[in-house]
Design a protein around this ligand. Structure first.
Ligand code: TRP
Length: 445
């Protein structure tokens, strides 16, 4: 049976951009920008995307498309009788850890959509908004129910396969997503006093650079571009042989970055316009924004739109995480796709429920001083992804021979491959050194 694949450049692109654009752009990026000095963080982030992450994305695509396999098997094919397959296994574990908290936040977005629709025609009570977030996340049942619904949506899409599932739904949702965020941005930058927010995003203050800002920017770049755990290896294995991987990686990375900046422009000017501190942290989009929606004309409509954006962005990313595990289980255990997805989703429900409960009744249960939710977040984003990224660049830059890499980079010599030398240099020296520096910093602290 022929392996399922994406239908062409645009088909792959909506899927990879769908994976990349997610809560990372809309929820994590704005609050990190706020906490790490604004424009200067964005500049460093851009530099990391270009010199570290772009080469890693190309490498993941190369591993996947060379082997046409799930992330574990891909390493085993390219490096038989070696322990390299473990990198794939760690990736599958990382996918689980990310899903365990990502789907919980996805559930929150559904609750917010539901509530903004209910209140579409009523005047919201600003004092109540303050407490609604805490009430939601600490209650035992309600957020879990929403999380289960979120997981169900993801499972249904992934069950339908690559072309008829992931690609089809991304094609519908991604253009809509970009359109809505542009509308929201226009609303935000036309609020009185928006200039302060815009200049916060574009005027860098280079005195604000320190190691903490560098670390945050690199971690965010990995997370936002879905790198370091085989997600792009898995998607890479569905890319038709005729597509140009460099062009694809470049377009994906640029779209993701553009979206992050649009999200920043949709959020920060509004925050400044209302005189709120940009340093709010993770509650920015769930606590601060509702307060703003409550005060602007037609705010209710913009609220529905915003949480719908958040949901769409989250679900097209969640399916890419689910697909990493699904591809592995179906190919390893020769299981039917639907059965595999059902089993995996059930396991995700268990982990996600625990991490949801850890915001409330299980608050005092700590692993290494962190709640279950924070532990999954920390373990995956700060440890497993950079470790995975380091292994991947090492694998492609130093373990694999140069010729198969060149072959896949140039579609068996049919493309000119002008950028190959730059790519190979970045992958062999720049990326490993930069990531290793970050990891060492993490250990010594
Ligand atoms: N990139 C997504 C976001 O920005 C999250 C995500 C999806 C992810 N797949 C991933 C992160 C794989 C790391 C690895 O929200």
């Amino acid at each position: 049976m022929k392996r399922d694949e994406f239908s062409g450049f645009f088909g792959v692109l909506v899927a990879t951009v769908g994976s990349a654009v997610g809560l990372g752009n809309l929820w994590r990026f704005p609050y990190l920008v706020g906490q790490n000095g604004g424009a200067v963080f964005i500049f460093i982030y851009l530099a990391f995307v270009l010199v570290i992450c772009l080469p890693i994305m190309i490498s993941e695509f190369i591993i996947g498309r060379r082997t046409l396999s799930n992330t574990v098997k891909a390493f085993q094919i390219l490096a038989p009788r070696t322990p390299w397959g473990a990198v794939g296994i760690v990736g599958v574990v990382a996918a689980f850890c990310i899903m365990a908290f990502y789907t919980v936040v996805g559930g929150w977005t559904l609750d917010y959509i539901f509530r903004s629709v209910i209140h579409l025609f009523s005047k919201p009570d600003i004092t109540a908004i303050e407490s609604q977030f805490t009430t939601l996340v600490t209650s035992p049942v309600r957020p879990i129910l929403w999380t289960v619904i979120f997981i169900l949506f993801s499972a249904l899409i992934v069950m339908s396969g690559i072309k008829k599932g992931i690609e089809k739904y991304s094609r519908i949702m991604m253009p809509f997503l970009f359109l809505m965020v542009v509308i929201l941005m226009i609303r935000s930058i036309t609020l009185p006093g928006a200039e302060k927010g815009i200049s916060f995003l574009v005027k860098p203050d280079f005195s604000k650079i320190n190691t903490q800002v560098l670390l945050a920017a690199l971690g965010q770049a990995f997370f936002s571009l879905s790198l370091g755990m085989g997600c792009m290896i898995t998607y890479g294995s569905y890319i038709p042989k005729r597509e140009n991987l460099t062009k694809l990686a470049f377009t994906t990375a640029m779209s993701d970055t553009l979206f992050a900046i649009l999200a920043g422009l949709a959020i920060m000017p509004a925050v400044f316009s209302f005189g709120i501190s940009p340093q709010e942290g993770p509650g920015l989009v769930f606590i601060v924004l509702p307060r703003i929606f409550a005060q602007i004309p037609l705010g209710n409509i913009f609220a529905v739109m915003f949480y719908l954006i958040l949901f769409i962005a989250a679900i097209t990313s969640a399916i890419s995480l689910l697909e990493v595990v699904t591809a592995y289980i179906t190919e390893r255990l020769k299981m039917k796709r639907k059965t595999a997805v059902a089993i995996i989703s059930a396991l995700v429900v268990v982990c996600a429920s625990l991490s949801s409960l850890s915001q409330g009744v299980l608050q005092d249960f700590k692993i290494l001083g962190k709640t279950i939710f924070d532990f999954f977040d920390y373990l995956s984003a700060n440890i497993l992804l950079p470790l995975g990224g380091l292994s991947i660049v090492f694998f492609v830059g130093w373990f694999m021979k140069k010729s198969p890499v060149y072959d896949e980079f140039t579609n068996q010599g049919t493309l000119k491959g002008t950028l190959f030398r730059t790519y190979y240099f970045l992958i062999r020296y720049v990326a490993p050194i930069a990531i290793a520096a970050i990891l060492v910093d993490l250990i010594v602290r």
